[in-house]
Design a protein around this ligand. Sequence first.
Ligand code: SAM
Length: 404
Amino acid sequence: MESTVCMGREQKKDTEPAICSLETGQVFTQPIGYIESCFTGKNGTPRQPSICSLSRGRLKISKKVFNNPTHSLVGLHQFSHVWILFIFHKNGHLSCKAKVQPPRLNGAKTGVFSTRSPHRPNAIGLTLAKLDKVEGDTLYLSGIDIIQGTPVLDIKPYIAEYDSPRLAVSPKENVQEKTFQEEDGDSYNTVLQAKDREQCIERSIQDNNIPFLDKNNKSEKYDRSSIKQEILQDLKQELAIETAGESNLVEDCCTLQRFSSNHLVENIETLKLSQDSPSNETSKLNETKEKPCTSDSFEAKWVTESPVPSLAVRFTTYAERELRQFKAPHESGEPSFRFLQSFEEAKYAITEVLSADPRSVYRRNHCLDRLFYFCLDTIHITCWFGDGFAEVLKIQPVAEQSKA
Ligand SMILES: C[S@@+](CC[C@H](N)C(=O)[O-])C[C@H]1O[C@@H](n2cnc3c(N)ncnc32)[C@H](O)[C@@H]1O
């Protein structure tokens, strides 16, 4: 299904040069290749690449763009991650809605440009994927949220120094309160607090690389929110004493993060969590506790504190037995996986997809008793959702299911 994707409003002939009018922004693109993905359809495809680390895919660079596609990938193996720019080709049409309802907002509307919605004026997607390997003219990727056959426009290496904001420029700009006045008079007083206490704690957790407190960690051994609350309380008291009278907001930001790091360490010791946790986690914590405050990005609260909770995932014995029938790609026999390598990987990937609650807001609120189907790799999955959980009921090979 090779074709030139039209980014202007009118489609030109296939023979049209790839670039028509850069100066006016009317560009007819020539995809550099098409994604081969473990996700065949939109249903069940993760909403962001970070959701399912085992979602794999390939991208072969097209000979239509370069005489020697392999040359275009020289040097790319030196990078762990790549940005992928692509077209949401299964949207049907370009969207002109200025406000959208991201699933994490559970039905509430917000401006399209404040979201990662696939429904946008030029239907351009941006995904940060892990680059597993480069072989000749092909990139092997994982952690993708892109479906089979997606046209890719460009690939760029992820460079933390350029792509991850640091507290390096004009400090005052970074901590200003931003107010947004809508045309109709609604006013949002969005206090974008890089200095926000809770965010500082979150960052300390990330910066100190504390796996058992990582919000993506599914372990229920530690009550993350109560630990956070304790730290927050201490932090408030401590700050009241230490920073009273200081007006420099940037100082506050750094101070907060430093306090947060220290208190994280102290609280974990007080809570005697360290004795339960593997020793290397504790030592990692101590090694890094003096790490200076560096990062200075922030995001809307609905992203980090979504009203949509993550779900517990379970499999019926029957479904698990069916999943065990699948063979690794290198083994002989049917059914077999295409990208996944084992039963364990498959179970983990399905769990990651479901725990992020892949249902649309409508489905979540109105179709509670309906079965949910999706495909991952060569597996067709049937499940249902209950209060706070998803249960996998049936596993079938995609090929077999589509015959039925
Ligand atoms: C929320 S978007 C985010 C994509 C990207 N990370 C971004 O920020 O631009 C991800 C969703 O887009 C949908 N999707 C992926 N590839 C698509 C395609 N080629 N056409 C239409 N929708 C697609 C899937 O349903 C997936 O869950």
